[in-house]
Design a protein. Sequence first.
Length: 629
Amino acid sequence: MPPLKKTQRNMLETAVREARDLAEAGARAVLEYLGVAQASPPEYLDGAQEALRERLRLHGRQLGDCLDGDAAQTTDRLAEEIAYEHWHRMLFARILAENGMLMYPSASGPVPVTLEDCADLAAEEGAADAWECAARYAAMMLPQIFRVGSPDFDVVFPPEHRQGLEKGIASLPPEIYAAQDTLGWVYQYWQSKRKDEVNASEVKIGARELPAVTQLFSPSYMVSFLLDNSLGAWWAARTLCESDLATAGSETELRGMASLPGVPLEYLRFVKYGDGPWTPATGTFDGWPDGLAEFRMLDPCCGSGHFLTAAFRMLVPMRMVAEGLSANAAVDAVLRDNIHGLELDRRCVELAAFALAMAAWTYPDAGGYRELPTLDLACSGTAVGADKDAWTELAGRDARLQTALALLYDAFRDAPVLGSLIDPRASADDDGLFGADWADVRPLLDKALAAEAAYERTEVAVAARGIAEAASLLGRPYTLVVTNVPYLSGGKHCLALKEFCQLYHTEAKGDLATAFIDRCLRLCSEGGAVAAVTPQNWLSLSSYTKFRVKLLKNDAWQMLARLGPGAFETISGEVVKVVLIAISRGFNDGQMLSCIDVSGHRLATDKSKALAASEVASVAQARQLDNPD
């Protein structure tokens, strides 16, 4: 699947921006009709509508909408979520249909259907039209994405809003729905208007603003470069023999010998020291497991899943070759063992889950649509949304679950603004509740959730289970942490974020980006690596000198590629200068740092080509301690 062309991205941006305005207008119209913001229900509502209104009010408070003294309630967050969920369910249905993956749940097993088939089936399903029918089928296929029982989908948009959304989705050509990067651009465009509003307001950035202002889709060449020079370098070091490394005439020749079908390793760099053999420029990652079954990768700011799906497409053929697995078995093994993702915004988690599911269902010879292993993805920014007593009541008389829920509450109290910065282990005592033992907590929460008859308590239980999943992922060590960190200077941090970074990331507090680099290294196992897209300024500004010295003394710097301005095709000028880094946890004597500078190239396409071909300079890391600036 090729990436979108610029003209296609422009078409998609226009459609997505219009869809957000239309969907939010539709959501607000329904919420106003139901009187969700009012202290008491309108007299014209029937019993079912009153019940839906109450569920929506409870759900809104869980999302962070405020209840004031006279029982009136804000609905901004609820309207945003309903709009997003309705439009994206339709979007996912269109993508599934265009890729031959939309399934009718027949008694004899799933049957592929088209949107035309859905038009014929709509009346049978009690759906308003083909799109509503297709959206329902998509939701059944993706239970980890669309929460069963959520009141969002019991909301019925007015016909003019629903039909407008359908028209917008239908207007885009099929090629857009088959492109590999559509989902990433969709979310960036969905947030673009909100991002402009926040930037213009000059307010301190908190939970409401963070998802919009820190969203930046990672271009494919950056993703490939970082994965090729981490996972790809590990693979090459275990695939190429001494003779290959001693006699190869070029990097291109070595890439060809190490590559696999669908994994060209086109950005993998090699260096020679003196008259010695070739070696991967980032090293051989000797601290990683010898087999891929033990390899664990995390993207703690996974967005729409670009790094996750790219790693998936590398790992499946690697495990097929290394372990003799079929495509079907390798797909399941990679999803089960290797891929983990976290994201502040739950909407991004849904996109990432869908992207991974599509990658699995469309992988060649893997069997097409089928039930997949549970995806290790979670929202690290879920709001607590209740008082502590309501949480611990879920545990009943189970003392261990009471303790676990109390720890969860304390650790994730500011989750909507801290997200994956949260380190549950720093909040826990020595009983291991935030380590591997959290695997025992989820069944207890599932049991508590199933036992909840009252909708208000069910909302709390759903949030608690989601936070427990995030805590479990945040409490594990990883072989590779790879991400595009969020960028936000310390002067724009809200009070909660500022205080947290001062306390837990003292040397790195100057920017959210550097705090995340610090956090990513802590998420690594000993010998594990961080590969990240980061701003360039922290490498030279005096305010980060202590942070640089700390990293140079404690960790192994492997690769630094300076891209400079213009690295993001959609951002012009000097606004964002970035570097690509690879750092392993734990200092190595004699560590050599490989450096590539493509900042002199003006266009992103030229930078992309230069990353694969420009000279690699090498410097001893120990010498940098004499020159940390």
